[in-house]
Design a protein around this ligand. Structure first.
Ligand SMILES: *Cc1c(COP(=O)(O)O)cnc(C)c1O
Length: 412
């Protein structure tokens, strides 16, 4: 969750007073942000757009994904990851997440078919995917990698910024993300052709505003141009980002060390692919079962990862209903190019993902939390874990006693 203050108000007021609300040839805020953010990420290009959903489609289109292609996506992500694949005319193939609740590299490898062209690792809740394993698989199998960084802004994977590792990264700057302009999005890439094609998708008139380019053939896209108000807001937000992530990481560290003693009881910190570099927007715990997770979230403010209502594949209506476009002639599930692709989402699929998601709970951090508030959260977790895990721990004791009795019998 982002923070805002007087600096944003001043930046917006400045743009409004200047009346320079349009980015091309009038204002400079969007250009300035794109340059600064590309440098921050360590990529060559960043292209702003009006939303994260649009940025995902622009990136897929820019990478050349379309009808005839399968794109692997995780069972746990915001539904726009899946609908973006459909908007590009391709078919989303849903694969398992592992205990980190990010896409499982082994599941990626197992799911690759002859028509699989790309994979979208999603850095969910600010936690990095296993990018080394994913990039290795992608390289050996010739897959394109589009990172969905909408929830991973400010995070890294072993020292490299999220969104700078794959062939492209898609970002969202909506209300819920680590930097916000209310709404907004963008694409990061170091490939100039991908950047150019993304800009073409984002703005049908891009060649007029930015000059024609002999190498990139224009194509019809949609209009999702960023306004100078978004650029101005993000320029301020970028200055806040590292401090904010630092505060959340410190809070997460305190919560984890303050709740370590609950490990014995069965409250385990969820495994992470890059524990020291995540956004730390959430502290995640893996409980022994769903009942314990349910009891935990009844006792304190926390959320079960699988029960948000929109982040698990069972909640993606358009995908499950095969409503892949506004018109059936454009519906990827019905296109002849997509015949023979894996378009079925079977009852009982990704069972292990659902099982993991239903027993993973998340406690939100906030860069504005005081030390006292953090102490209160640690206290709440202690209480909730005891309520949630007492029965489980008791069942475990009964089981161990029984096993001991059985062993004695065996000895006799
Ligand atoms: C927020 C989000 C998006 C879409 O972003 P919008 O700006 O709301 O369109 C896509 N993917 C993930 C994982 C998200 O969290």
């Amino acid at each position: 969750m982002y923070t805002v203050g007087e600096e944003e108000i001043e930046a917006l007021a400045r743009v409004i007073r200047s009346k320079a609300l349009f980015r091309y040839g009038v204002g400079h805020e969007c250009d300035r942000f794109e340059e600064r953010y590309a440098a921050h990420l360590g990529v060559k290009h960043f292209a702003l757009s009006a939303s994260g959903s649009n940025a995902l489609v622009a990136a897929l289109v820019a990478l050349g994904i379309g009808p005839g292609d399968e794109v692997l996506i995780p069972a746990h992500t915001y539904m726009a990851t899946g609908t973006a694949v459909l908007a590009a005319g391709a078919i989303p193939v849903i694969v398992d997440v592992d205990d980190t609740i990010t896409i499982d590299p082994q599941a990626i490898e197992a799911a690759i078919g002859p028509q699989t062209r790309a994979v979208i690792p999603v850095h969910m809740w600010g936690a990095a995917c296993n990018m080394d394993a994913i990039m290795d698989i992608a390289e050996s199998k010739g897959l394109l990698v589009l990172e969905d960084v909408c929830q991973g802004i400010g995070g890294s994977y072993n020292g490299r910024k999220l969104g700078s590792i794959g062939h492209a990264g898609a970002f969202s700057f909506n209300f819920f993300k680590n930097m916000s302009g209310g709404e907004g999005g963008g694409i990061a890439t170091s490939d100039p052709k991908v950047a150019e094609r993304a800009r073409c998708y984002i703005d049908p008139c891009h060649f007029y505003w930015q000059g024609r380019n002999d190498e990139t053939k224009p194509f019809a896209g949609v209009g999702a141009r960023a306004s100078e108000l978004l650029g101005a807001m993000l320029n301020v937000q970028l200055d806040r980002l590292d401090g904010m992530i630092g505060a959340m990481r410190a809070e997460k560290k305190k919560i984890l060390s303050g709740t370590k003693h609950l490990d014995n009881l069965g409250l385990r910190a969820s495994p992470m692919n890059s524990a020291d570099h995540d956004c730390a927007t959430q502290v995640m715990f893996t409980l022994p079962n769903e009942a314990a997770a349910q009891a935990f979230v009844k006792t304190m403010p926390a959320v079960i990862a699988g029960k948000t209502g929109r982040h698990t594949f069972t909640q993606w209506d358009q995908v499950l209903m095969h409503e892949g476009a506004h018109h059936q002639a454009l519906n990827p599930y019905k296109l002849t190019e997509n015949k023979g692709l894996r378009t079925e989402y079977k009852e009982g699929m990704c069972k292990s993902s659902l099982e993991i998601l239903d027993r993973t709970v998340m406690v939100a951090t906030n860069p504005q939390h005081s030390d006292d508030e953090i102490e209160a959260i640690i206290h709440n977790i202690d209480q909730a874990a005891r309520v949630a895990l007492e029965d489980v721990a008791m069942a475990d004791v009964v089981l161990k006693n029984q096993q001991a009795v059985d062993l004695q019998k065996f000895d006799a």
